[in-house]
Design a binder for this molecule. Structure first.
Ligand SMILES: *[C@@H]1O[C@H](CO)[C@@H](O)[C@H](O)[C@H]1NC(C)=O
Ligand SMILES: *[C@@H]1O[C@H](CO)[C@@H](O)[C@H](O)[C@H]1NC(C)=O
Ligand SMILES: *[C@@H]1O[C@H](CO)[C@@H](O)[C@H](O)[C@H]1NC(C)=O
Ligand SMILES: *[C@@H]1O[C@H](CO)[C@@H](O)[C@H](O)[C@H]1NC(C)=O
Ligand SMILES: *[C@@H]1O[C@H](CO)[C@@H](O)[C@H](O)[C@H]1NC(C)=O
Ligand SMILES: *[C@@H]1O[C@H](CO)[C@@H](O)[C@H](O)[C@H]1NC(C)=O
Length: 347
Protein backbone atom coordinates (compact mmCIF):
# COMPACT_ATOMS: atom_id res chain seq x y z
CA UNK A 1 0.00 0.00 0.00
CA UNK A 2 2.67 2.49 1.16
CA UNK A 3 4.94 1.40 -1.68
CA UNK A 4 2.36 1.95 -4.38
CA UNK A 5 1.50 5.38 -2.95
CA UNK A 6 5.15 6.36 -3.18
CA UNK A 7 5.25 5.12 -6.74
CA UNK A 8 2.17 7.13 -7.53
CA UNK A 9 3.79 10.22 -6.08
CA UNK A 10 6.89 9.56 -8.20
CA UNK A 11 4.76 9.16 -11.28
CA UNK A 12 2.98 12.40 -10.46
CA UNK A 13 6.24 14.27 -10.25
CA UNK A 14 7.43 12.82 -13.52
CA UNK A 15 4.13 13.58 -15.15
CA UNK A 16 4.22 17.12 -13.82
CA UNK A 17 7.79 17.61 -15.00
CA UNK A 18 6.87 16.24 -18.40
CA UNK A 19 3.89 18.55 -18.70
CA UNK A 20 5.96 21.52 -17.60
CA UNK A 21 8.59 20.65 -20.19
CA UNK A 22 5.93 20.25 -22.86
CA UNK A 23 4.38 23.56 -21.87
CA UNK A 24 7.75 25.29 -22.02
CA UNK A 25 8.51 23.70 -25.35
CA UNK A 26 5.24 24.58 -27.05
CA UNK A 27 4.51 27.95 -25.49
CA UNK A 28 7.96 29.37 -24.84
CA UNK A 29 10.76 27.58 -26.69
CA UNK A 30 9.06 27.21 -30.07
CA UNK A 31 7.85 30.85 -30.25
CA UNK A 32 11.19 32.20 -29.05
CA UNK A 33 13.21 30.03 -31.45
CA UNK A 34 10.86 31.09 -34.24
CA UNK A 35 11.30 34.73 -33.27
CA UNK A 36 15.09 34.59 -33.49
CA UNK A 37 15.44 32.29 -36.47
CA UNK A 38 15.23 34.23 -39.70
CA UNK A 39 16.09 31.02 -41.56
CA UNK A 40 13.11 29.11 -40.12
CA UNK A 41 10.82 31.97 -41.12
CA UNK A 42 12.38 32.10 -44.59
CA UNK A 43 11.95 28.37 -45.11
CA UNK A 44 8.29 28.55 -44.13
CA UNK A 45 7.48 31.58 -46.30
CA UNK A 46 9.61 30.35 -49.22
CA UNK A 47 9.57 26.53 -49.10
CA UNK A 48 11.89 26.21 -52.07
CA UNK A 49 13.01 22.84 -50.68
CA UNK A 50 9.55 21.42 -51.50
CA UNK A 51 9.36 22.59 -55.12
CA UNK A 52 9.71 20.25 -58.05
CA UNK A 53 12.95 20.00 -59.95
CA UNK A 54 12.82 20.18 -63.73
CA UNK A 55 14.86 20.82 -66.83
CA UNK A 56 13.14 24.01 -67.89
CA UNK A 57 14.82 24.16 -71.28
CA UNK A 58 13.44 20.75 -72.21
CA UNK A 59 10.12 22.19 -73.43
CA UNK A 60 9.10 18.95 -75.15
CA UNK A 61 9.17 17.04 -71.86
CA UNK A 62 6.25 19.22 -70.71
CA UNK A 63 4.35 18.44 -73.93
CA UNK A 64 4.32 22.13 -74.77
CA UNK A 65 4.44 23.84 -78.12
CA UNK A 66 5.40 27.43 -78.87
CA UNK A 67 7.28 27.97 -75.63
CA UNK A 68 10.75 29.42 -75.22
CA UNK A 69 12.96 29.14 -72.16
CA UNK A 70 15.14 32.19 -71.50
CA UNK A 71 17.05 34.09 -68.81
CA UNK A 72 17.22 37.73 -67.79
CA UNK A 73 19.82 39.24 -65.48
CA UNK A 74 17.89 41.50 -63.14
CA UNK A 75 20.53 42.39 -60.60
CA UNK A 76 24.06 43.09 -61.82
CA UNK A 77 25.48 43.71 -58.36
CA UNK A 78 24.29 40.40 -56.91
CA UNK A 79 24.48 38.72 -60.34
CA UNK A 80 20.91 37.46 -60.17
CA UNK A 81 19.47 35.87 -63.28
CA UNK A 82 15.84 34.79 -63.48
CA UNK A 83 14.63 31.84 -65.53
CA UNK A 84 11.49 32.50 -67.58
CA UNK A 85 9.20 31.02 -70.18
CA UNK A 86 7.69 32.91 -73.07
CA UNK A 87 4.45 31.13 -73.96
CA UNK A 88 3.15 32.24 -77.35
CA UNK A 89 -0.50 33.12 -77.86
CA UNK A 90 -2.39 30.03 -79.04
CA UNK A 91 -3.44 31.71 -82.27
CA UNK A 92 0.20 31.57 -83.41
CA UNK A 93 0.65 27.89 -82.64
CA UNK A 94 -0.18 26.68 -86.12
CA UNK A 95 2.95 28.53 -87.34
CA UNK A 96 5.26 26.74 -84.92
CA UNK A 97 6.94 23.76 -86.50
CA UNK A 98 9.83 23.41 -84.06
CA UNK A 99 9.86 24.96 -80.58
CA UNK A 100 13.49 25.97 -80.99
CA UNK A 101 13.17 27.70 -84.37
CA UNK A 102 10.69 30.48 -84.11
CA UNK A 103 11.15 34.21 -83.94
CA UNK A 104 10.12 34.66 -80.32
CA UNK A 105 11.81 38.07 -80.10
CA UNK A 106 9.62 39.37 -82.90
CA UNK A 107 6.43 38.29 -81.10
CA UNK A 108 7.71 39.75 -77.85
CA UNK A 109 8.23 43.11 -79.59
CA UNK A 110 4.87 43.02 -81.37
CA UNK A 111 2.49 45.55 -79.82
CA UNK A 112 -0.50 43.48 -80.97
CA UNK A 113 0.14 40.68 -78.47
CA UNK A 114 -0.65 41.72 -74.92
CA UNK A 115 1.67 40.26 -72.33
CA UNK A 116 0.67 38.59 -69.09
CA UNK A 117 3.41 38.42 -66.48
CA UNK A 118 2.65 35.31 -64.41
CA UNK A 119 3.98 35.16 -60.84
CA UNK A 120 3.54 31.81 -59.08
CA UNK A 121 2.94 30.92 -55.43
CA UNK A 122 5.59 30.09 -52.83
CA UNK A 123 5.44 26.35 -53.47
CA UNK A 124 5.52 26.61 -57.24
CA UNK A 125 7.90 26.88 -60.17
CA UNK A 126 7.13 28.09 -63.69
CA UNK A 127 6.47 24.58 -65.03
CA UNK A 128 3.56 23.84 -62.65
CA UNK A 129 0.43 25.70 -63.85
CA UNK A 130 0.32 24.20 -67.36
CA UNK A 131 -3.48 23.86 -67.43
CA UNK A 132 -3.87 27.54 -66.54
CA UNK A 133 -1.36 28.62 -69.22
CA UNK A 134 -3.48 26.74 -71.79
CA UNK A 135 -6.36 29.11 -70.93
CA UNK A 136 -4.29 32.27 -70.52
CA UNK A 137 -2.50 31.95 -73.86
CA UNK A 138 -5.86 32.26 -75.62
CA UNK A 139 -5.79 35.91 -74.52
CA UNK A 140 -2.15 36.77 -73.93
CA UNK A 141 1.40 35.84 -74.59
CA UNK A 142 2.37 34.63 -71.15
CA UNK A 143 5.71 35.32 -69.54
CA UNK A 144 6.15 33.10 -66.49
CA UNK A 145 9.09 33.84 -64.20
CA UNK A 146 10.80 32.02 -61.39
CA UNK A 147 11.83 34.19 -58.44
CA UNK A 148 15.43 34.13 -57.24
CA UNK A 149 16.01 30.84 -55.44
CA UNK A 150 13.24 29.09 -57.40
CA UNK A 151 13.59 26.78 -60.39
CA UNK A 152 16.86 27.49 -62.17
CA UNK A 153 16.97 31.17 -61.20
CA UNK A 154 20.05 32.25 -59.24
CA UNK A 155 20.13 31.06 -55.64
CA UNK A 156 20.25 34.38 -53.78
CA UNK A 157 18.82 35.73 -50.55
CA UNK A 158 15.04 35.46 -50.48
CA UNK A 159 13.24 38.44 -48.98
CA UNK A 160 10.20 40.38 -50.13
CA UNK A 161 12.31 43.45 -51.01
CA UNK A 162 14.80 41.43 -53.04
CA UNK A 163 12.13 39.56 -54.99
CA UNK A 164 10.20 42.74 -55.69
CA UNK A 165 13.33 44.55 -56.87
CA UNK A 166 14.06 41.65 -59.26
CA UNK A 167 10.55 41.73 -60.70
CA UNK A 168 10.57 45.53 -61.04
CA UNK A 169 13.79 45.17 -63.05
CA UNK A 170 12.32 42.34 -65.09
CA UNK A 171 9.29 44.50 -65.89
CA UNK A 172 11.51 47.38 -66.99
CA UNK A 173 13.54 44.99 -69.17
CA UNK A 174 10.26 43.81 -70.73
CA UNK A 175 9.04 47.38 -71.20
CA UNK A 176 12.24 48.14 -73.06
CA UNK A 177 11.43 45.32 -75.47
CA UNK A 178 7.82 46.10 -76.30
CA UNK A 179 5.05 48.68 -76.37
CA UNK A 180 2.41 45.98 -75.85
CA UNK A 181 0.06 46.07 -72.86
CA UNK A 182 1.50 44.29 -69.86
CA UNK A 183 -0.84 42.66 -67.34
CA UNK A 184 0.11 41.01 -64.07
CA UNK A 185 -1.31 37.71 -62.82
CA UNK A 186 -0.27 36.60 -59.35
CA UNK A 187 -1.22 33.38 -57.60
CA UNK A 188 -1.11 33.15 -53.79
CA UNK A 189 2.29 34.56 -52.68
CA UNK A 190 2.59 35.89 -56.25
CA UNK A 191 -0.33 38.24 -55.47
CA UNK A 192 1.79 39.81 -52.74
CA UNK A 193 4.76 40.07 -55.09
CA UNK A 194 2.73 41.62 -57.93
CA UNK A 195 0.90 44.13 -55.74
CA UNK A 196 4.13 45.33 -54.11
CA UNK A 197 5.91 45.38 -57.50
CA UNK A 198 3.20 47.56 -59.06
CA UNK A 199 3.40 49.92 -56.07
CA UNK A 200 7.18 50.29 -56.57
CA UNK A 201 6.79 50.67 -60.34
CA UNK A 202 4.38 53.57 -59.80
CA UNK A 203 7.16 55.61 -58.19
CA UNK A 204 9.16 55.10 -61.41
CA UNK A 205 6.19 56.14 -63.61
CA UNK A 206 5.39 52.64 -64.86
CA UNK A 207 1.77 51.50 -64.77
CA UNK A 208 0.65 48.09 -66.09
CA UNK A 209 -2.69 47.56 -67.84
CA UNK A 210 -4.34 45.29 -65.31
CA UNK A 211 -3.78 43.11 -62.25
CA UNK A 212 -5.34 39.70 -61.61
CA UNK A 213 -5.06 38.35 -58.08
CA UNK A 214 -5.77 34.61 -57.85
CA UNK A 215 -6.31 33.51 -54.23
CA UNK A 216 -4.77 36.65 -52.69
CA UNK A 217 -4.30 37.47 -49.02
CA UNK A 218 -4.21 40.69 -47.02
CA UNK A 219 -0.78 40.09 -45.41
CA UNK A 220 1.39 37.17 -44.30
CA UNK A 221 0.72 37.82 -40.56
CA UNK A 222 -3.02 37.70 -41.33
CA UNK A 223 -2.60 34.31 -43.02
CA UNK A 224 -0.45 33.05 -40.14
CA UNK A 225 -3.10 34.06 -37.64
CA UNK A 226 -5.51 31.67 -39.33
CA UNK A 227 -3.20 28.70 -38.96
CA UNK A 228 -4.35 26.25 -36.26
CA UNK A 229 -0.98 26.16 -34.50
CA UNK A 230 -0.66 29.94 -34.42
CA UNK A 231 -4.28 30.21 -33.26
CA UNK A 232 -3.46 27.70 -30.53
CA UNK A 233 -0.75 30.08 -29.27
CA UNK A 234 -2.71 33.26 -29.76
CA UNK A 235 -3.66 33.64 -26.07
CA UNK A 236 0.00 34.08 -25.10
CA UNK A 237 0.95 37.62 -24.10
CA UNK A 238 4.17 37.25 -26.16
CA UNK A 239 2.41 35.84 -29.22
CA UNK A 240 2.55 38.95 -31.38
CA UNK A 241 6.16 39.81 -30.53
CA UNK A 242 7.40 36.25 -31.10
CA UNK A 243 5.25 34.97 -33.98
CA UNK A 244 3.93 37.86 -36.08
CA UNK A 245 6.12 40.95 -35.71
CA UNK A 246 9.44 39.21 -36.61
CA UNK A 247 8.00 38.07 -39.94
CA UNK A 248 7.30 41.67 -40.92
CA UNK A 249 10.54 42.94 -39.42
CA UNK A 250 12.62 40.38 -41.34
CA UNK A 251 11.06 41.26 -44.68
CA UNK A 252 8.47 38.53 -45.19
CA UNK A 253 5.30 40.55 -44.46
CA UNK A 254 3.81 40.98 -47.96
CA UNK A 255 1.32 43.53 -46.63
CA UNK A 256 -0.77 43.83 -49.78
CA UNK A 257 -3.39 45.98 -48.04
CA UNK A 258 -0.67 48.64 -47.89
CA UNK A 259 0.43 48.36 -51.53
CA UNK A 260 -2.93 47.80 -53.24
CA UNK A 261 -3.74 51.49 -52.69
CA UNK A 262 -1.00 52.37 -55.23
CA UNK A 263 -2.33 50.10 -57.98
CA UNK A 264 -3.40 52.45 -60.79
CA UNK A 265 -5.07 49.88 -63.04
CA UNK A 266 -8.19 47.69 -62.81
CA UNK A 267 -7.96 44.71 -60.48
CA UNK A 268 -9.71 41.35 -60.69
CA UNK A 269 -9.73 39.08 -57.64
CA UNK A 270 -10.45 35.34 -57.88
CA UNK A 271 -10.95 33.23 -54.77
CA UNK A 272 -12.70 30.05 -53.66
CA UNK A 273 -14.80 29.90 -50.49
CA UNK A 274 -13.29 26.53 -49.59
CA UNK A 275 -9.67 27.71 -49.87
CA UNK A 276 -7.79 25.93 -47.07
CA UNK A 277 -4.47 27.78 -47.49
CA UNK A 278 -5.71 31.39 -47.66
CA UNK A 279 -9.20 32.00 -46.33
CA UNK A 280 -11.58 33.96 -48.52
CA UNK A 281 -11.96 36.39 -45.59
CA UNK A 282 -8.35 37.43 -46.15
CA UNK A 283 -9.10 38.12 -49.83
CA UNK A 284 -12.25 39.97 -48.80
CA UNK A 285 -10.22 42.17 -46.48
CA UNK A 286 -7.90 43.04 -49.37
CA UNK A 287 -10.87 43.68 -51.66
CA UNK A 288 -12.53 45.97 -49.13
CA UNK A 289 -9.31 47.87 -48.52
CA UNK A 290 -8.88 48.37 -52.27
CA UNK A 291 -12.47 49.53 -52.76
CA UNK A 292 -12.33 51.89 -49.81
CA UNK A 293 -8.92 53.44 -50.40
CA UNK A 294 -8.62 53.57 -54.17
CA UNK A 295 -10.41 56.00 -56.47
CA UNK A 296 -12.04 53.78 -59.10
CA UNK A 297 -12.40 56.69 -61.53
CA UNK A 298 -8.70 57.42 -61.66
CA UNK A 299 -7.31 54.01 -60.61
CA UNK A 300 -9.77 51.51 -62.10
CA UNK A 301 -12.44 49.22 -60.69
CA UNK A 302 -11.96 46.17 -58.51
CA UNK A 303 -13.92 43.04 -59.43
CA UNK A 304 -14.25 40.15 -56.99
CA UNK A 305 -15.28 36.68 -58.19
CA UNK A 306 -15.83 34.31 -55.28
CA UNK A 307 -16.45 30.65 -56.13
CA UNK A 308 -18.78 28.57 -53.98
CA UNK A 309 -17.31 25.78 -51.83
CA UNK A 310 -19.43 23.22 -53.69
CA UNK A 311 -17.03 23.62 -56.63
CA UNK A 312 -14.13 22.24 -54.59
CA UNK A 313 -11.56 24.60 -56.16
CA UNK A 314 -9.70 25.17 -52.90
CA UNK A 315 -6.36 26.95 -53.45
CA UNK A 316 -5.15 25.42 -56.70
CA UNK A 317 -8.06 24.61 -58.99
CA UNK A 318 -9.68 27.89 -60.02
CA UNK A 319 -8.50 27.22 -63.60
CA UNK A 320 -11.28 24.60 -63.74
CA UNK A 321 -14.02 27.26 -63.47
CA UNK A 322 -16.03 27.27 -66.70
CA UNK A 323 -16.60 31.03 -66.19
CA UNK A 324 -12.89 31.82 -66.12
CA UNK A 325 -12.49 32.57 -69.86
CA UNK A 326 -15.48 34.95 -69.69
CA UNK A 327 -14.09 36.64 -66.59
CA UNK A 328 -10.73 37.11 -68.31
CA UNK A 329 -12.16 38.59 -71.49
CA UNK A 330 -14.51 40.87 -69.54
CA UNK A 331 -11.54 42.03 -67.50
CA UNK A 332 -9.45 42.77 -70.59
CA UNK A 333 -12.36 44.80 -72.02
CA UNK A 334 -12.59 46.70 -68.75
CA UNK A 335 -8.86 47.46 -68.76
CA UNK A 336 -9.04 48.78 -72.33
CA UNK A 337 -12.08 50.86 -71.47
CA UNK A 338 -10.22 52.28 -68.49
CA UNK A 339 -7.26 53.09 -70.71
CA UNK A 340 -9.59 54.94 -73.08
CA UNK A 341 -11.08 57.05 -70.30
CA UNK A 342 -7.57 57.85 -69.09
CA UNK A 343 -6.57 58.85 -72.63
CA UNK A 344 -9.60 61.12 -72.87
CA UNK A 345 -9.01 62.87 -69.57
CA UNK A 346 -5.38 63.46 -70.52
CA UNK A 347 -6.37 65.13 -73.82
C1 LIG B 1 17.91 19.89 -70.53
O1 LIG B 1 17.22 19.84 -71.76
C2 LIG B 1 17.97 20.36 -72.84
C3 LIG B 1 17.06 20.43 -74.05
O2 LIG B 1 16.41 19.23 -74.26
C4 LIG B 1 19.19 19.49 -73.06
O3 LIG B 1 19.96 20.01 -74.13
C5 LIG B 1 20.02 19.48 -71.78
O4 LIG B 1 21.11 18.59 -71.92
C6 LIG B 1 19.18 19.06 -70.59
N1 LIG B 1 19.95 19.27 -69.38
C7 LIG B 1 20.09 18.34 -68.46
C8 LIG B 1 20.88 18.72 -67.26
O5 LIG B 1 19.59 17.24 -68.57
C1 LIG C 1 27.34 35.59 -62.85
O1 LIG C 1 26.83 34.26 -62.82
C2 LIG C 1 27.17 33.50 -63.98
C3 LIG C 1 26.45 32.16 -63.92
O2 LIG C 1 25.90 31.89 -62.69
C4 LIG C 1 28.66 33.34 -64.07
O3 LIG C 1 29.00 32.61 -65.23
C5 LIG C 1 29.31 34.72 -64.12
O4 LIG C 1 30.70 34.60 -64.12
C6 LIG C 1 28.86 35.57 -62.95
N1 LIG C 1 29.34 36.93 -63.14
C7 LIG C 1 29.86 37.65 -62.17
C8 LIG C 1 30.26 39.04 -62.50
O5 LIG C 1 30.01 37.20 -61.04
C1 LIG D 1 -1.04 44.77 -85.63
O1 LIG D 1 -2.38 44.59 -86.09
C2 LIG D 1 -2.77 45.54 -87.08
C3 LIG D 1 -4.25 45.35 -87.35
O2 LIG D 1 -4.56 44.00 -87.55
C4 LIG D 1 -1.92 45.37 -88.32
O3 LIG D 1 -2.27 46.29 -89.29
C5 LIG D 1 -0.45 45.57 -87.94
O4 LIG D 1 0.38 45.29 -89.04
C6 LIG D 1 -0.07 44.63 -86.78
N1 LIG D 1 1.25 44.99 -86.31
C7 LIG D 1 2.23 44.14 -86.27
C8 LIG D 1 3.54 44.66 -85.78
O5 LIG D 1 2.13 42.95 -86.56
C1 LIG E 1 -11.80 60.43 -57.72
O1 LIG E 1 -11.09 61.22 -58.64
C2 LIG E 1 -11.92 62.07 -59.41
C3 LIG E 1 -11.06 62.72 -60.48
O2 LIG E 1 -9.92 63.32 -59.92
C4 LIG E 1 -12.57 63.07 -58.48
O3 LIG E 1 -13.43 63.92 -59.23
C5 LIG E 1 -13.39 62.31 -57.45
O4 LIG E 1 -13.94 63.19 -56.52
C6 LIG E 1 -12.53 61.29 -56.73
N1 LIG E 1 -13.38 60.45 -55.90
C7 LIG E 1 -13.16 60.27 -54.61
C8 LIG E 1 -14.09 59.39 -53.90
O5 LIG E 1 -12.22 60.82 -54.04
C1 LIG F 1 -16.39 50.66 -63.20
O1 LIG F 1 -17.57 50.30 -62.53
C2 LIG F 1 -18.62 51.20 -62.72
C3 LIG F 1 -19.76 50.78 -61.82
O2 LIG F 1 -20.05 49.45 -61.99
C4 LIG F 1 -19.02 51.22 -64.20
O3 LIG F 1 -20.04 52.15 -64.40
C5 LIG F 1 -17.79 51.61 -65.02
O4 LIG F 1 -18.10 51.53 -66.39
C6 LIG F 1 -16.63 50.71 -64.70
N1 LIG F 1 -15.44 51.22 -65.34
C7 LIG F 1 -14.86 50.60 -66.33
C8 LIG F 1 -13.62 51.26 -66.86
O5 LIG F 1 -15.24 49.55 -66.80
C1 LIG G 1 -4.27 55.43 -75.32
O1 LIG G 1 -3.21 56.25 -75.75
C2 LIG G 1 -2.03 55.53 -76.12
C3 LIG G 1 -0.95 56.54 -76.41
O2 LIG G 1 -1.37 57.47 -77.32
C4 LIG G 1 -2.33 54.62 -77.30
O3 LIG G 1 -1.18 53.88 -77.66
C5 LIG G 1 -3.43 53.64 -76.90
O4 LIG G 1 -3.80 52.84 -77.99
C6 LIG G 1 -4.65 54.40 -76.38
N1 LIG G 1 -5.57 53.41 -75.84
C7 LIG G 1 -6.84 53.31 -76.20
C8 LIG G 1 -7.59 52.19 -75.59
O5 LIG G 1 -7.35 54.07 -76.97
Amino acid sequence: MGKSKKCLKGTCIYLFALLLLLFLLVFVIIPVVFMFSVEIQRNIIFPVWSTEDANFSDIESFHLKGVRNFYVTVDDKENVTLGAWQILPSKLLSNVVDNHYYNYEEILANKNYSILLYLHGNGGVRSVPLELYAILRKYFQVIAIDYRGYGDSTKAELTEENIVRDIVNFYKWLRGKTQARIFFWGHSLGTGVSTHTISNLKVQNHVPSGLVLETPFSSVPDVMEEHFFVKFLSWLPWYRQTMLDPVVKNGFGFESTKYVVDVDCPIMILHAKDDTIVSYQSATKLYETAVKNRNFTTQGNVTFHLFDESRGYDHMLIYLAPELPTYISEFIDECIKFEQTLNQTQV
